[in-house]
Ligand binder design. Structure first.
Ligand SMILES: NC(=O)c1ccc[n+]([C@@H]2O[C@H](COP(=O)([O-])OP(=O)(O)OC[C@H]3O[C@@H](n4cnc5c(N)ncnc54)[C@H](OP(=O)(O)O)[C@@H]3O)[C@@H](O)[C@H]2O)c1
Length: 339
């Protein structure tokens, strides 16, 4: 399959802050890439919008992988359908989860990352493979259970709690018998966490005093902090740690766009005072555990104890509208583009 029918988003320059419109260009007549031996040509069905990919746009160069080169298509996770195959283990029509481009078509192989054929199970909504039973679910589980070592009865605080990863992390902690408190920037999202996702409490940190609310809600301190944001929120929570607390550093979204000086938390001394542990983790490092995690999570889902709100934005041309939701805080749960 060849031709110039491949629409794609090209990273034309490094974005300033959240000005993605000036940095990414929508090319409507790009070439359909050619699959070489060992590759498949994939037509995108769903693109996963992930806050971590902000780092891949630059200008930061010290992330966990080098930024996407300027002048090339933006990369991300996706679910797609094989339309051409040059390998024996994939047939036309197979569906897969892989890293690819923000484009109609991508080529993929085992070097792309993820690259997994999906089971042909009509009972599972394909979007579940990107969120609940996919990378967000794995991250949530690893961060709470393995890194945070959350135990029944402990108090767990989660930042960006109404986002994809945070909303799942809160449900993992709740299902493990913890008391769960979510932090978010909007009152309606705070209500969603308590009323629909079973969080014990939620704090709207923009309109409430985070320090005061943590004093009231966590009189014995925070045992596990699952951090998605870093910055001032991390610093404030560090002032409320329980003895032997664990901080699972999942993400630092407040710092991804910033190439300047990043001040350290002034409450760092609390690591010593509370004999706390801080562990950064990257869920692909736990890839060998993902089948086991997916089984557990999807089991909870079937029992009605685990859910993921998916916000679908229609059309590849609307990708930036979808992406903005992660940074203006308007998303609830997982954002995806239905291509
Ligand atoms: N370590 C890993 O393996 C791994 C894997 C997946 C994701 N992550 C990390 O998990 C975090 C969440 O990612 P996601 O894709 O699930 O996105 P998400 O939580 O669905 O969306 C991002 C959320 O972050 C909050 N936010 C955005 N900009 C912010 C800022 N400047 N300061 C404070 N809060 C801000 C907003 O929530 P509120 O408005 O409610 O505050 C927004 O809804 C990211 O840090 C990401 O890098 C890590």
């Amino acid at each position: 399959m060849t031709g110039n029918g491949n629409r794609n988003w090209v990273l034309a320059r490094r974005p300033q802050g959240d000005d993605f419109e000036s940095a990414l260009e929508f090319h409507e007549h790009g070439n359909v890439p050619a699959a070489k031996d060992g590759q498949v040509l994939v037509k995108a069905l769903y693109l996963s919008m992930d806050a971590g990919t902000r780092m891949w746009m630059g200008p930061r160069e010290d992330g966990y992988q080098p930024p996407v080169p300027v002048g090339t298509p933006m990369a991300g996770m996706m679910i797609g359908e094989v339309v051409e195959t040059r390998r024996p283990d994939f047939a036309v029509g197979d569906r897969l989860r892989t890293f690819g481009h923000w484009a109609d078509y991508s080529v993929a192989d085992e070097h792309s990352g993820l690259f997994q054929k999906l089971p042909d199970d009509p009972d599972v909504d394909l979007t579940a493979y990107l969120a609940m039973g996919g990378p967000n679910g794995w991250t949530a589980y690893v961060g709470i259970a393995d890194v945070g070592k959350a135990k029944p009865g402990e108090t767990v605080v989660i930042s960006a709690a109404a986002g994809a990863t945070g909303s799942l992390a809160g449900q993992v902690a709740r299902n493990l018998g913890c008391r769960v408190i979510g932090l978010t920037s909007r009152e309606e999202k705070a209500r969603w966490l308590t009323d629909e996702l079973g969080f014990d409490a939620a704090i709207d940190y923009r309109h409430q005093n985070l320090q005061h609310e943590l004093n009231v809600l966590c009189p014995d301190g925070v045992d596990v902090y699952f951090d998605n944001v870093g910055g001032d929120i991390l610093n404030t929570v560090m002032g409320h740690l329980a003895m032997y607390a664990r901080i699972a550093v999942c993400g630092l979204v407040s710092q991804y766009a910033d190439d300047g000086k990043r001040p350290g938390p002034s409450n760092f001394d609390q690591i010593l005072m509370k004999r706390a542990t801080v562990t950064g983790f990257f869920s692909p490092d736990w890839f060998d555990k993902t089948e086991e995690i997916e089984r557990r999570i999807m089991g909870w889902h079937r029992e009605g104890r685990f859910t993921c709100n998916v916000e679908l934005v229609d059309g590849l041309e609307n990708t930036l509208k979808a992406y903005h939701r992660l940074f203006d805080g308007s998303n609830r749960g997982k954002v995806m583009v239905k291509v």
